[in-house]
Design a protein. Sequence first.
Length: 103
Amino acid sequence: MEFLVEIEVLVPPLMEKSDRDRLIEAERVRGRELTAEGIIRAIWRIPGRFANCAIWSCADATKLHEAISSLPMWPFSDVQVTPLAQHALATHCPGLAPGLVVE
């Protein structure tokens, strides 16, 4: 099942730079793991914000929650999730990444 996941990170302003840098690196490592597992399928940065939107693929909402909450930035994140359903025109869209449509 695919989900549109929008994440905005709200790091506490008084967090030490070294702690913030370590947290960002841990987030990148975990993100690469989720990508390698096929959970994060596509991701885009939101310009001007510490935010992203991505297509995540999980068996169900519970598995999605487990994956999102495994991110090191989870305690500092505002997350919006939209479940996605297949659309009849999806296979005709030239920008659709291979593998995102389940037939």
